[in-house]
Design a protein around this ligand. Structure first.
Ligand SMILES: O=C(O)c1cc(=O)[nH]c(=O)n1[C@@H]1O[C@H](COP(=O)(O)O)[C@@H](O)[C@H]1O
Length: 239
């Protein structure tokens, strides 16, 4: 049973700066970090990312996946924003991950709060059938552990996975890799396009370092109250 606190990241998925800014203000003090991703960044730009994250810890989730040089150079360009966490796809392979880590070490030399590199394993919107559709004939669990081992060995500081794989990843890799877990749905909420889901309490008991929650917060009538309810659930889940 984990004894550390599972922290809450709110995914602010919107193309509107005003909307994201409103959420960020409402959620300040109620979430531990905000996540800005493809929709916000493409629509509003990196200056807006920088501005919005001035007061809160930032997970910049752009899921880079390209040849090693292109991904590492992309990360170098993002480094001045200084997100706490950034994502690349584990499927880019060991060289892409190793070059990315080396680039971040270089970009943050002399700064002991380097952005941490997360490798996305298998998206939480995929199940065994969706894996077969892209030619991967394995269970999500086996594939996540296989990719997770490779990614951490290659230099990833942590992994994005579903809560279903936390126990197996901890058995394989120990406590050091930071496990960031989307596909979280409080009991009774809509699953949307997510396939491998768990509740906040289940993810906390499994040992998630962070959970990522978007629509259950942002589509709630009262996003601040929804975030607070998740924090309360996390707090009481682990004695
Ligand atoms: O990297 C991610 O954050 C991510 C990986 C993954 O496997 N699944 C996943 O849902 N996410 C992100 O987590 C957030 C989940 O949002 P909701 O489904 O609205 O809670 C979205 O911003 C996704 O981009």
């Amino acid at each position: 049973m984990p004894s550390h606190r599972t922290r809450l990241i709110a995914a602010l998925d919107t193309s509107s700066y005003e909307q994201a800014s409103r959420w960020a203000t409402e959620l300040e003090g109620r979430v531990d970090a905000i996540k800005l991703g493809l929709e916000f960044t493409y629509a509003c730009g990196l200056d807006a990312v920088k501005k919005l994250s001035a007061r809160q810890e930032l997970f910049l989730d752009l899921k880079l996946h390209d040849i090693p040089n292109t991904v590492a150079s992309g990360l170098k360009a993002l480094a001045p924003i200084h997100p706490a966490l950034m994502t690349i796809h584990a499927l880019g392979g060991p060289k892409m991950i190793a070059r990315s880590r080396a680039m971040l070490e270089e970009a943050f030399e002399g700064n002991d709060s380097r952005s941490r590199l997360l490798a996305v394993t298998i998206l939480t919107s995929m199940n065994e059938q969706s894996l077969a559709e892209v030619g991967i004939n394995a269970t999500p669990l086996d594939e996540v552990v296989r990719l997770g081992r490779m990614a951490v060995r290659s230099g990833a500081d942590g992994l994005v996975c579903s809560a279903h794989e936390i126990t197996a990843l901890r058995d394989a890799l120990g406590d050091a890799p930071e496990l960031v877990v989307p596909g979280i749905r409080p009991a009774g909420s809509s699953t949307d396009d997510q396939k491998r889901i768990m509740t906040p309490a289940q993810a906390a008991r499994a040992g998630a370092d962070w959970i990522v929650v978007g629509r259950p917060i942002t589509r709630a009538d009262d996003p601040a109250a929804a975030a607070q309810a998740i924090q309360d659930e996390l707090r009481t889940a682990v004695p």
